[in-house]
Ligand binder design. Structure first.
Ligand code: C5P
Length: 288
């Protein structure tokens, strides 16, 4: 058996996001559809003693604050394994609403399972993931899923549509915690219709789906940073079917029905933003 392996850790976007209310534990009850995209970190694992985390991104902590470290610690606590060396080759922007830290943690959970041949099933890995962060269970599962609870209740959705997108990460970060804390459902202008969104997804109705795409957290982030609104507007002007903020922001993605329009949008947005990506649905997602 090999002493090392590499696991791909794709980013996620929220193609629909509703917050139903605040729970007694302080978290918020969600109804969201998460979708993996081909913006991917590479997570290298090597059998070792103790836990060591290194990355190519100087912005990232390499100690206990890193979710990948916490994932390794959790596995070592449950099993009699000596440890792991982790190297994260980071591509996903940080603090962007793309679950970059969560997907690395999910890759460590799956990777250690494989590296040490532990035979842990997907349900258990997802449950452990929930102890690390609300987005981790979905990142363990992958693909596209309806996500409820605080992030731990997952219903996998079929990959009916492969999306072509442009993603823009403006030059600031947002704290997920602060965005959720400032959320007030009474301030949401367009209340989402989850059933209609899902109906369109199942029917592979791209136009219908785009019509129903809402992220209620925009009501907080756009108020704080109107730039998010302007990015959405500019992306729509380039011919996008729809443009939406992902998660708690500040990343914005736009869906295109023509690849050449997407390419032109990348060139245009690049005039103002450094972090612009042409991305598609992550095709090997789901059923790891
Ligand atoms: O679970 P995670 O640590 O990623 O969440 C970060 C913060 O986002 C939480 O501390 C909480 O304030 C907020 N959050 C929430 N409801 C959720 C998920 C996250 O209020 N469902």
């Amino acid at each position: 058996m090999s002493n090392s392996l590499m696991i791909k850790a794709p980013a996620k976007i929220n193609i629909f996001l509703d917050v139903k209310g605040k729970r007694p534990d302080g978290y918020h009850e969600l109804e969201t559809v998460m979708h993996q995209i081909d913006l991917v970190d590479q997570v290298y694992l090597e059998k070792s003693t103790g836990i060591e985390v290194k990355t190519n991104n100087p912005m990232l902590p390499e100690g206990e604050e890193n979710l990948a470290y916490q994932a390794a610690w959790l596995m070592m606590n449950h099993f009699n394994i000596p440890g792991v060396k982790i190297y994260i080759d980071k591509t996903i922007p940080v603090g962007a609403g793309l679950a970059g830290g969560s997907t690395d943690a999910a890759a460590v959970l799956r990777g250690i399972n494989q590296l040490y041949n532990l035979g842990i099933n997907m349900t258990t890995l997802c449950q452990w993931g929930a102890q690390i962060g609300s987005d981790v269970p979905f990142c363990v599962l992958g693909g596209t899923a309806l996500v409820r609870g605080r992030g731990e209740v997952l219903t996998p959705l079929p990959s009916t549509m492969s999306l072509h997108m442009v993603l823009v990460k403006p030059n600031f970060e947002l704290s997920t915690r602060d965005v959720y804390q400032a959320f007030n459902r009474d301030k949401v202008e367009v209340l989402p219709a989850g059933e209609r969104f899902l109906d369109a997804w199942y029917k592979c109705d791209m136009i219908g789906m785009c019509k129903e795409m809402v992220n209620v957290l925009e009501s907080v982030s756009v108020r704080q940073y109107p730039e998010i609104f302007y990015i959405k507007q500019r992306l729509r002007q380039t011919g996008a079917l729809v443009a939406l903020m992902s998660g708690s922001g500040p990343s914005v993605f736009a869906i295109f029905d023509q690849q050449d329009l997407a390419r032109k949008a990348v060139d245009l947005m690049n005039l103002s933003y450094r972090e612009v990506y042409q991305v598609s649905s992550y095709t090997s997602g789901g059923g790891y």
